[in-house]
Design a protein around this ligand. Structure first.
Ligand code: GLN
Length: 452
């Protein structure tokens, strides 16, 4: 009912691309019946969840926000979907995203943008703006997102929700349509830190279908969120990720958060991560390179609805060309061209190779920082939600939104964003980000619960 109330129409939130009401209600009724019969079910059984439409689901369409996959139905469930079904969580439907998760505003969706529930003329962040907006608008208490460079955390920041990018490998990527495989990670979106912890426990753990999946299970996350304690902990303020270039209202809420943590018994220390300044540039070489390879399969033969050339001979190259020209939007084409160029013979060392070296330097910055402190803190996004259309024609301005979120993906470390209050100048939500060493996701939940 809430989805029907706020999601549709010319000025609706438009968080959902597909609503799965019938199945969701059937799962909920089954949960009620089982509980009435005395069956012990998972804590989240019966709690509805929305799914980013980059994650494949049997029986529901998966579009990746692209025309090229319009009407496509996956023959199998992603591992995380299987786990959600096993926990008996009703799936409300599939949420909007930038096409193939490329973007920071959800405006690159082929199905029209999602609107920020705080102000319908503003963006909900991206690429997972649909999942964040669904949770912020009370259309769903939980959602799944994917985070390659910030697509869970930046939407979380600008919609006032909680979002977590787990440690790379902590949650199986099997069935998440790959954008940049070495950076992609599925994670939870919620309204509270504890809810995200509970959800990560459901979706996490080793999966033999994902060769990069970690072997340790994700346990102790909800316990950590329930403990919520920073006494005696060292929290590092990343010098390079606040101050200049960050909106004053964001900076104010950030400083207030530091004060709250100090009052709760944490020691706040400034640390420097000098190579973080190169993270954005390196990301926008590595990410398009991997994406150009991953997206090669959408050719109208293996995947994607086929478009025939308007005239001339029907050679395989011309059919693939027509399919990709019609099926992909501008941002996807821009990145495929960039990535293909960066990987081409003769340029590999200059671009992709250099970017991988920068990636190592970023990892070393994290290692050095975590030798001094338990967790790192920064604002999640340099700005609050901007107006729809404001940055659409300026790719570089759009990319700059990810400045604080990208380092975590480059190093595979976990990151959590939570609401840190509203900015003075515009009354819009500000996100605070915590980062922890790889496999220390529990630490994020423990610290996050204090600031909540
Ligand atoms: N905004 C970033 C990009 O456009 C991150 C996307 C993501 O995390 N999926 O690449």
């Amino acid at each position: 009912d809430r989805i029907a109330e706020v999601d549709g129409g010319a000025r609706g939130v438009h968080a959902f691309l597909h609503v799965n009401a019938e199945e969701a209600l059937a799962v909920a009724a089954d949960v009620d019946a089982r509980r009435a019969a005395g069956e012990e079910l998972h804590e989240l059984a019966g709690v509805p969840i929305a799914i980013k439409d980059l994650i494949v689901t049997k029986g529901q369409p998966t579009t990746a926000g692209s025309k090229i996959l319009e009407g496509w139905m996956s023959p199998y469930d992603a591992t995380v979907i299987k786990k959600i079904r096993d926990a008996r969580m009703p799936m409300l439907g599939k949420t909007n995203l930038d096409e193939f998760a490329m973007g920071s505003s959800t405006e690159h969706s082929a199905y029209g943008p999602t609107r920020n529930p705080w102000d319908l003329d503003r963006i909900p962040g991206g690429s997972g703006g649909g999942s964040a907006a669904a949770v912020a608008a009370f259309e769903a208490p939980l959602a799944l997102g994917t985070d390659t460079g910030g697509s869970i955390r930046q939407p979380g920041a600008v919609t006032g929700t909680v979002g977590v990018k787990p440690t790379y490998g902590a949650v199986s990527r099997y069935g998440a349509i790959a954008m940049a495989s070495s950076l992609d990670q599925i994670g939870p979106v919620s309204r509270t830190v504890l809810d995200s912890a509970l959800l990560q426990e459901v979706i996490g753990g080793h999966d033999p279908f994902d060769s990069t999946s970690l072997t340790d299970p994700s346990t102790g996350l909800a316990d950590a969120a329930r403990i919520g304690n920073v006494k005696g902990m060292k929290i590092g303020v990343i010098k390079e990720l606040h101050g200049e270039g960050f909106q004053p209202g964001v900076e104010n809420r950030f400083n207030e958060s530091l004060e709250l943590l100090r009052n709760a018994g944490a020691e706040i220390i400034e640390v420097s991560c000098p190579n973080f300044g190169y993270a954005l540039g390196a990301y926008y070489l590595i990410m398009p390179s991997e994406a150009s390879s991953n997206l090669a399969k959408f050719d109208g033969v293996r995947f994607g609805s086929r478009t025939l050339p308007a005239d001339g001979p029907l050679t395989i190259e011309r059919v693939m060309g027509a399919t990709r020209a019609a099926g992909f939007g501008d941002e996807v084409k821009r990145r495929i061209i960039l990535g293909t160029y960066a990987l081409s013979a003769g340029y590999y060392d200059a671009y992709y190779g250099s970017a991988q070296k920068v990636r190592t330097l970023i990892q070393r910055d994290f290692d050095a920082a975590f030798a001094q402190v338990d967790v790192l803190i920064s604002p999640t996004s340099p700005v609050t939600a901007f107006k729809l259309g404001e940055k659409l024609d300026d790719p570089l301005a759009m990319y700059l939104n990810d400045i604080a979120t990208i380092p975590a993906n480059m190093a595979g470390v976990p990151g959590l964003t939570l609401p840190g209050g509203l900015a003075d100048e515009d009354g819009l939500p500000v996100g605070i980000q915590f980062l922890a060493p790889a496999r220390e996701d529990a630490r994020l939940y423990r610290v996050g619960a204090v600031l909540e």
